[in-house]
Design a protein around this ligand. Structure first.
Ligand SMILES: [Zn+2]
Length: 257
């Protein structure tokens, strides 16, 4: 009996040592792979390594970017602008674009806070408040324009042209312009339809604590803009997501890749 007890004791002892060695080997292997990936990204910054890092959500030094995506309007109470035949609701276009932007932001490794992900009414002032409470890093509100005549894309920031917001707006606009839009209407300041000297802002821009902008993705009252919106929905969304991440890097919210 004594011999058996002794034998059992030695057996477990060896298992523990073997397990320790095994864990150490795994740690060394993981550290080795990380060092190799680090060497690659510091060196030629190959797209493949970047993509692998992004896929794994390793933006910057592991800090995740939190983007608030705000689909404008929503619900029966607020369908936003209407197409000329009144069959097309801005709220639906805004939501479809927001869902596509969310998809692409997640692919790029960012966390996304959606103001709405279905057709429901959300009170205007609660939107930036939600982003502020969550500590979002960037706020992007998605809308479509309307007018008797007019076409093209414009992006709005506060009337006093904050540097960070203007950079974000410009990056988004440049990206969309590259995909293809009917007209680049530029970065706009303040609030549409108001006297520019009145110093009035969109609520979402004014009340959000982080860099923000409001994107008017073409005119819902213009056939060409609607065609471009439908044909390029995914390409626009991808471009917006990439411009948001690029802006986060340039604003040092996340580490430059
Ligand atoms: Zn709108």
């Amino acid at each position: 009996m004594k011999k058996q007890n002794k034998h059992t004791f030695i057996y477990w002892d060896r298992v523990v040592i073997a397990l320790c060695i095994f864990v150490l080997i795994i740690i060394f292997i993981v550290m080795g792979i990380k060092a190799i990936i680090g060497a690659f990204s510091d060196g030629d910054k190959s797209d493949a390594v970047q993509a692998a890092n992004m896929e794994a959500g390793l933006i910057g030094d592991g800090q995740k970017l939190l983007v608030c995506v705000d689909a404008g309007h929503g619900g029966e109470e607020d369908c936003g602008a209407l197409s000329n035949d009144e069959k097309r609701f801005e709220s639906n276009d805004d939501l479809n674009m927001a869902l596509a932007v969310e998809k692409h932001l997640k692919k790029l490794g960012a966390d996304v806070l959606m103001i709405r992900n279905e057709d429901k009414y959300v009170e205007l002032y609660s939107r930036p408040e939600t982003a502020n409470d969550a500590g979002a890093d960037i706020y992007v509100s998605l809308h479509r324009n309307s007018a008797e005549t007019g076409q093209g894309v414009e992006v709005w920031v506060n009337y006093d042209a904050p540097d960070d917001d203007t950079l974000l707006a410009k990056n988004i606009l440049d990206g969309l312009d590259e995909v293809g839009i009917s007209q680049n209407r530029g970065v706009q300041y303040g609030y549409q339809g108001y006297d520019p000297t009145a110093k009035v802002n969109y609520v979402v821009n004014e009340k959000s604590n982080m860099p923000s902008c409001l994107v008017e993705l073409g005119f819902i009252t213009d056939d060409e803009d609607n065609r471009l919106f439908d044909e390029n929905l995914d390409a626009y969304a991808k471009s917006i997501a990439e411009s948001i991440v690029k802006s986060a890097e340039e604003l040092n919210i996340i580490e430059q890749r």
